[in-house]
Each structure stands twice: as structure tokens, then as C-alpha cells.
Design a binder for this molecule. Sequence first.
Ligand code: C5P
Length: 234
Amino acid sequence: MEKLELLYEGKAKKVYKTSDPSLLIMEFKDDATAFDGKKKGVIEDKGILNCRISTIFFELLGEKGIDTHFVKRLNDREMLVKSVKILPIEVIVRNIAAGSMAKRYGIEEGFELKRPVLEFCLKDDRLGDPMINNYHLIALGIAREEQLKKIEEMAFNVNNILKEYLMAKGILLVDFKLEFGEKDGNILLADEISPDTCRFWDINTKEKLDKDRFRRDLGNIIEAYREVYSRLKN
Ligand code: C5P
């Protein structure tokens, strides 16, 4: 499958058209950003690792019956995906309080939540991706009620599948962000699932194995991404 014109360039990925209008190529870049693009950097080989890690997760989720946009990995940095209409919503699932949730409610990072939490954020960098609820999303015409129900159900299923899978690899799934798209009236899980979009902690040491190493200047960023990949691969 050949790459045709560039359709979209985001902070960490590029999306290209292909000769088949129903398929796109998603290319993972080494660029890293945080805090709505205010912090920028390049992490050599990050794109390769995120492409491989996302592939492992999408294949696992597909086997477990989750509908996703993933078709196949093409090479080191590219995957073939179904063309979907992305909903401008970031869907965050949390098992352990960290990041913005810990800050917002004044809780210590690491607090084990009594049950998983789901948050919606409006995907808009200019506004700083503000949190938004079902009522807003429906009232603003961003999503329909049945779509949000389906998204919530899929997001919690993804959480159960990934949490259990990662636990066996010695990784705690602290939280993660998903994006969904619509195709022919169906909701598909889209975008990527990687250390850029999830918080992964080592189960014993609680060492951070994700993008917080970049956000918080903790060093050894690519080493952490490599560690995640090597645990998933084995
Ligand atoms: O920053 P916050 O604690 O809200 O992030 C929750 C989870 O969502 C983290 O795993 C983070 O990596 C992910 N996230 C993301 N993209 C964003 C915001 C959050 O992947 N724009």
C-alpha cells in the first residue's frame, strides 16, 4: 500500500491517504510535546516503539472483540488503518489517581481508586482540552447519547483487557487516553495506545515507564519506552 498525499499532521503522527479511499497510513514521529504543545522535544526512535507497542495493543484488543481502526503494521513507523471520522473527544480512563486528577482534587499520586473513573475532554489545544460531560457533548452536537454509551462501554472493556494483560507483564495501568471514530454508523477505537497516551508504572518499584519521564524531565525516556516494549514482546 503506497502513501499518497498528507491528510493531517498532528504533534506525534502524520496521516496519509492511500489508493484505497477506505484506508489511511498513520506514521509515528519522534516528536514529543506536552502541556498543549508548550513543551517540545524529539525522542529518537520513539515513533518506532510507539508503532510497535500500539500494534501489540490493537492486535490484542481486536482478538478480544473490540472494534478498532487497526488493519496491520506496515513497517517500523507506519500502520494501515481504516479511515474514520474522529470524534473530537479525549476519553480518559483512570485506575490510580495521577496527573491532572491528582492535582485537581488534591490527592496524592498513587491513590488507588475505588473503581475506574472515565472522563471526557474536548480535543482542542487552544482551549487546553477542557473536561466536558455527556450533557455538554450532546447539547453541543458533538456526540449522540447512544454513541457516548457505546464509547463508555468500549473504554471500560479496553481498561479490563489492558489492565489484566499488563499486570502479567509487571506493569500497572495507571490511566490512559483513547480516541474514537465513526465509520458507517459504527464506533471504532482509533488513534494510538502507547507510553505517550498511557501511564505505566512498574508494579514493584512504581517507576514511571511513560511520557511523564518527558513531561517531568525525569530522564531515560526512550529506555522506559524500550522497557515497556520488551516486556510486551516477551
Ligand atoms: O494529564 P492527565 O492526568 O489528565 O492525563 C491522563 C492520561 O491521559 C495520561 O495517561 C495521559 O498520558 C493521557 N493524555 C493524552 N493526551 C492528552 C491528555 C492526556 O494521551 N492530551
